[in-house]
Design a protein around this ligand. Structure first.
Ligand code: CA
Length: 383
C-alpha cells in the first residue's frame, strides 16, 4: 500500500514538474520587458557623468528586472576611457545583476569613437554592417527585433541598406529601433530630418516592418509623440520617444517644426524630468510606460502608457501574367517556415491544388509557374 502511494506520488510529481517547466517556458516567451534611457552626460570634461542620477536610474532599472537596458547615446560629456569607466561604475547595479546594457553613440562620443567601442564593444553583438561593428547592431528578444542604430558614421543618417537586410529576414512580430538623434525634430535642429529622403525611407521601412516605436535622445527631456501617417488608422502610426532623461542638463521645450514630410506629429506627453521608459511585451501586446523621478531615488509610473496589439501581417501576392507563365511575387512571408502556394480555377471549389511548398530565408519570394487555364486564383499559406 505504501509502495503504491509512493509510485502514485512520483507520477504526480513528474506531472507537476512538466507543468512547472511548461509554465516557465511560457513566462519566458510571453512576459518580458526592456528599458530605454539616454543622455546621462555631465556638463563639462571635469564632470563627465551625472553619476547621481545614473546611480538612481541603475538601481530603479535593476529593480525592474528587465531583459536588457538600451541607452541611445551621450552617456558621457567627452569620450575618454576614464569617463566610460565612471559611467559603468555608476551602472554597476545593472551590470552586477547580469542585465545587459546596450548603448549607441551620441555626438558627445564622437571625439573618440574607439574609446566608446573599447568600453562597450565586448557587450555589443558583432552583427552590424562592415565599418559599423559595435556601433550599429541588432538585438533579438524572445519575440522582438531591436535595431540599435548609429547616426554618425554618416551624420544624421542610419544605414538603411543594413536595416533592410535585417528586416528582410526578421521572424519576430515586435520591432523597435533606437538611435541618438530624433527622426522628427523637436528642439535640436540636427536630427535625421537633415536628410528627409533618408529619414522618410527609414520611417516607411519601420512602418512596413510593423514597428511600434523609435527611441532616441539628444534633446534632454521626455517627449512622446505619435507620427500620424494620415491613413485614418492610428494603430499603424509609429511612436517617437525622446528619452534624453538619464541625467544630462534638462532643456526647455521645442516645436515639431522641422521637415515632417507626409507625417503629422501629434504630441502625447512632454515632460522635463529624469526617468526611463519600460517596454513590456506579452505575446502580441506591447505596453510602453514612461516612469519619471518624483523624489531622489524614487521613480514612478506616469499616465503615459501606450498600448498596442501587434497584428500578424498577412502575406501579399502580386501576380504578373506572361505569355506562358505567371510570376507570383509574394511579400510579408515568415522566413524559415513551410510556405505553400495553392491555386484553383473556381472560388466555389473547395479543393485548392498545391503549386509549390517552399522554405525561405527572406520574407519575399518569387515563383514562376506555367499558365494552366484562363482563370486562376492563388493563395499563399505562411506560418
Ligand atoms: Ca496611420
Amino acid at each position: 500500500m505504501r509502495k503504491m502511494n509512493l509510485n502514485s506520488y512520483i507520477k504526480s510529481s513528474r506531472a507537476f514538474l512538466y507543468i512547472i517547466i511548461l509554465s516557465a517556458m511560457v513566462q519566458n516567451a510571453y512576459g518580458w520587458k526592456f528599458l530605454v534611457c539616454g543622455d546621462s552626460r555631465g556638463n563639462s570634461s571635469s564632470q563627465q557623468v551625472n553619476t547621481n542620477i545614473v546611480s538612481e536610474l541603475a538601481h530603479a532599472a535593476t529593480n525592474e528586472a528587465p531583459a536588457f537596458i538600451l541607452c541611445p547615446g551621450d552617456l558621457v560629456y567627452s569620450s575618454t576611457p576614464s569617463a566610460f569607466a565612471e559611467w559603468r561604475n555608476a551602472m554597476a547595479p545593472a551590470y552586477n545583476a547580469g542585465i545587459p546594457v546596450y548603448p549607441v553613440m551620441g555626438n558627445h562620443e564622437l571625439g573618440d569613437p574607439t574609446a566608446f567601442t573599447n568600453a562597450f564593444g565586448a557587450d555589443i553583438p558583432d552583427n552590424g554592417p562592415p565599418g559599423e561593428i559595435n556601433r550599429t547592431y541588432a538585438i533579438g528578444g524572445p519575440n522582438a527585433l531591436i535595431l540599435a542604430l548609429d547616426t554618425y558614421v554618416n551624420a544624421h543618417r542610419v544605414n538603411q541598406e543594413w536595416i533592410d537586410s535585417i528586416i528582410a529576414t526578421n521572424i519576430h512580430p515586435h520591432v523597435f529601433a533606437i538611435g541618438h538623434e530624433p527622426a522628427f525634430k523637436v528642439l535640436h535642429t540636427d536630427t535625421l530630418d537633415d536628410y528627409p529622403a533618408n529619414r522618410d525611407a527609414f520611417w516607411r521601412c519601420l512602418a512596413n516592418a510593423n514597428a511600434s516605436a523609435y527611441f532616441c535622445g539628444h534633446d534632454h527631456f521626455f517627449d512622446h509623440s505619435t507620427m500620424d501617417d494620415g491613413d485614418g488608422n492610428s494603430s499603424n502610426d509609429i511612436q517617437q520617444y525622446i528619452v534624453g532623461t538619464g541625467g544630462a542638463p534638462l532643456y526647455g521645450d521645442g516645436l515639431y517644426d522641422g521637415i515632417n514630410s507626409t507625417w503629422t506629429p501629434q504630441r502625447i506627453t512632454h515632460e522635463v524630468q529624469y526617468g526611463y521608459t519600460v517596454i513590456e511585451i506579452n505575446d502580441m501586446d506591447v505596453t510602453i510606460t514612461w516612469k519619471h523621478r518624483i523624489a531622489p531615488g524614487v521613480y514612478e509610473a506616469t499616465s503615459d502608457i501606450y498600448e498596442r496589439q501587434v497584428q500578424m501581417q498577412r502575406p501579399i501576392i502580386s501576380i504578373k501574367k506572361m505569355s506562358t507563365n505567371v510570376v507570383l511575387h509574394i511579400t510579408r512571408l515568415t522566413p524559415n517556415t513551410s510556405n505553400t502556394v495553392e491555386r484553383c480555377s473556381d472560388l466555389k471549389d473547395t479543393f485548392w491544388l498545391p503549386v509549390t511548398i517552399f522554405n525561405t530565408q527572406s520574407n519575399n519570394y518569387e515563383y514562376l509557374t506555367p499558365v494552366s487555364s484562363d482563370r486562376q486564383f492563388y493563395k499563399v499559406k505562411s506560418r
